[in-house]
Design a protein around this ligand. Structure first.
Ligand code: PBG
Length: 333
């Protein structure tokens, strides 16, 4: 310990003005690491605002293409597509239809903004009439998502996205073995170059509430706790999920939601250094701030920049956020 006059160490020295604060800063947000989720549905010139997510829209393919262009001009790292099909059925067949809505949107985007990185969410909840993330089957009088039957269809959906031009596929259904099934499907179909971003540690979270309005994907019966992770499970379970996905060939991994799961992000960063680690700042995280900001209770811009900085500081190298364009604009200003 230092003797003599107190205090020898004054941490405020490095906080005294903007220049020194900037010099010692370790976390900097960049548009290149941000991914903007977008919702696409059939139509023309359609911009239907999602009431629980002010500023976010269901867009038709032509409008998505415009969004993709502006995302590209802002230097965003990518866009993540969710499709809202016109028809739902028991197996979610619209999801692997050659002329499905996501497939159509990719074509429109690639024409308007060829350089834009397109990631597709690979799941069934938007496409099945029951709203579960896979096909159902009955076992011992209990209806449940049939894991292995779903794997085949997941591979089919991912291949269809890759054929349409998706740059990265992102399975979000938390089925066991989904990464290896998709990897095998892609490789067989000649898409060995398409990376998989796995929603590896995805929790059964109430923060997805607004998204389910946006994507029209709420389960009609029951919930998703039979496949998404229990929020109170030990962090070790999340590490096992990630480990398995990497062993199955995942190129990138994701933790979701982001803010309430910073501990999981940190653990994943420490345990799997060198693996691109995405965190999904989900719909509920967005809507909470929007609602508070509308009331004048929070300052949106500073709260968002602080939150995303925290997510990155915890260890995320990629952040999926509905604020991606806003942030890019704020960082330029
Ligand atoms: C499933 C999926 C969900 C989200 C992304 N992919 C919803 C769910 O699992 O119920 C949620 C994203 C958000 O809340 O912003 N296809």
């Amino acid at each position: 310990m230092a003797s003599g006059r107190f205090p020898t160490t004054r941490l405020r020295r490095l906080r005294q003005n903007p220049a020194v604060r900037a010099l010692v800063r370790e976390t900097r947000l960049s548009p290149a690491n941000l991914v903007l989720p977008l919702f696409v549905r059939a139509g023309k010139k359609l911009r239907h605002e999602i009431s629980s997510m002010p500023g976010q829209y269901q867009l038709s393919p032509d409008e998505i293409a415009r969004e993709a262009r502006s995302a590209m001009e802002l230097g965003l790292g990518g866009i993540l597509l969710f499709g809202i099909p016109e028809k739902k059925d028991a197996t979610g067949s619209a999801s692997y239809d050659r002329s499905g809505i996501v497939q159509e949107a990719i074509a429109a985007i690639k024409e308007a903004a060829p350089e834009m990185l397109v990631i597709t969410d690979v799941c069934f909840c938007e496409y099945t009439e029951h709203g579960q993330c896979g096909v159902l089957s009955e076992r011992g009088g209990r209806v449940d998502v049939d894991n292995d039957a779903t794997l085949k269809l997941l591979a089919k959906q991912a291949v269809s996205h890759a054929q349409a031009g998706a740059d990265i596929v992102a399975p979000s259904g938390m089925m066991d073995g989904m990464v290896s099934a998709i990897r095998a499907g892609l490789d067989e179909a000649g898409h060995g170059h398409v990376p998989i971003l796995s929603y590896a540690a995805k929790y059964a979270s109430s923060f997805y509430g607004p998204f389910r309005e946006a994507a029209e994907s709420a389960p009609k019966l029951g919930d998703r706790r039979g496949y998404q992770m229990d929020p109170a499970a030990g962090a070790g379970q999340a590490m096992r999920e990630i480990e398995l996905d990497l062993a199955e060939g995942a190129d990138m991994i994701m933790v979701k939601p982001a803010l309430p799961y910073l501990d999981i992000i940190r653990d994943a960063r420490e345990r799997f250094p060198g693996v691109p680690l995405a965190a999904y700042n989900v719909s509920g995280e967005y809507s909470m701030v929007k609602a508070a900001a509308e009331r004048g209770w929070l300052d949106e811009k500073s709260v968002v920049l602080e939150s995303l900085t925290a997510i990155q500081r915890a260890g995320a190298t990629i952040i999926l956020t509905y604020w991606a364009k806003d942030v890019a604009g704020w960082l330029q200003a």
